[in-house]
Design a protein. Structure first.
Length: 164
């Protein structure tokens, strides 16, 4: 990523947000739908630009316990940024853990180590992902754009910093 500013990947590797939008009726549900029992407490987006974004829908993820799913994926449309995904997983509720490779850590989100990766296919389709973990959850914020300017990267990281 250091040489080009992005990682070369296959078309399939950068298309999952586009596929989620295209298949939203099959894959996503409204947040108020009670059929997806959740053990995870969804992150508060009140101070986030995502609160003003259009929510396409959500899907439960992670592990399933007797109390419900331990993860949640939400897909948004954000003006000037495109399709944005927020995945959160309560790894303690999943009775799991997590570790980052120290050499991959290249950002900081509210004092927590984070990894930003920018991917691009040969057709120039992009995907940028920022992954960070708190004491309880691991988050991945993604957009269907290859963020290449420092301004766009900073704006993306600011969205992550607004999620609690």
């Amino acid at each position: 990523m250091k040489n080009k500013g992005y990682i070369d990947v296959t078309e399939d590797a950068v298309s999952y947000l586009d596929r989620a939008k295209e298949n939203k009726e099959k894959r996503l549900k409204p947040m108020i739908d009670g059929s997806s029992k959740l053990k995870i407490m969804p992150a508060n987006l009140d101070a986030s630009p995502l609160r003003q974004a259009t929510l396409l829908g959500a899907s439960a993820s992670g592990g399933y316990t007797e109390d419900g799913w331990t993860g949640l994926n939400r897909i948004f449309i954000v003006p000037k940024l495109g399709i944005v995904g927020l995945e959160e997983l309560d790894f303690l509720a999943s009775e799991g853990g997590m570790a980052f490779i120290e050499e991959a850590i290249n950002q900081d989100v509210n004092g927590y180590p984070a990894i930003l990766s920018v991917k691009q296919s040969r057709s120039k389709k992009g995907l940028s992902e920022l992954t960070w973990a708190t004491d309880r959850k691991i988050f991945t914020l993604s957009t269907n754009r290859a963020l290449k300017t420092q301004k766009s990267i900073d704006q993306f990281i600011d969205i992550a910093r607004s999620i609690f």
